[in-house]
Design a protein around this ligand. Structure first.
Ligand SMILES: [Zn+2]
Length: 189
């Protein structure tokens, strides 16, 4: 592919376009989905399911989007965290993923973030996190610029004390990676 890209102007331009788009998307302000909208969508979905065979496709789409939704964390921790799965390196946009493999391979998900206060300031910290089959962070890499020593220290503490639901292949836990965008973690109580 790399060889082809060296010689094919059309493909090279297409790739540049995607890379620019990806970089631009990363810096868009994030809007939170109001909870009542999620409920309304669910109601609409179940109505459609009963009269439209295409509804099945929507269920698969919804399953595909589920990793993007904020998991309800129990108790004291309120986390504002955006999942940048779509922005992951080399991961095609959701609309391009055929719905069948979603049930075979699932990405890792955040189960419980370490209860440590964190604020990234204006720009969210985007990082790729390598999750072991046991649900622990093996390693991570900050994608959004070079992290300061203080930020690295904070991220170390948060990530290595957080629990993840590992990726699965055919229902079996495996190593996996997930792109996270951390903005703020507020610990209460
Ligand atoms: Zn080409």
């Amino acid at each position: 592919m790399r060889f082809h890209l060296n010689y094919c102007v059309a493909c090279r331009q297409e790739l540049d376009r995607w890379e620019t788009l990806q970089a631009d998307l990363r810096y868009l302000p994030r809007h939170r989905v109001p909870p009542e909208l999620a409920l309304r969508l669910r109601v609409l979905l179940s109505q459609r399911l009963h009269r439209n065979p295409l509804g099945l496709l929507l269920v698969h789409l919804e399953n595909g989007l589920r990793p993007l939704l904020l998991p309800a964390s129990a108790g004291v921790l309120t986390a504002i965290i955006c999942f940048g799965l779509i922005l992951g390196t080399g991961v095609p946009p959701v609309s391009n993923i055929p719905d069948v493999p979603l049930r075979i391979v699932t990405p890792p998900r955040v189960k419980e973030l370490a209860p440590i206060n964190f604020s990234a300031g204006d720009q969210p910290v985007v990082l790729v996190t390598f999750i072991s089959a046991a649900g622990r962070v093996k390693d991570y890499k900050v994608l959004s610029g070079a992290p300061s020593r203080e930020l690295t220290h904070q991220l170390d503490r948060i990530l290595f004390f957080s629990l993840f639901q590992p990726a699965t292949t055919l229902g079996k836990p495996t190593d996996g990676e997930v792109v996270l965008s951390l903005r703020r973690i507020t610990v209460r109580g």
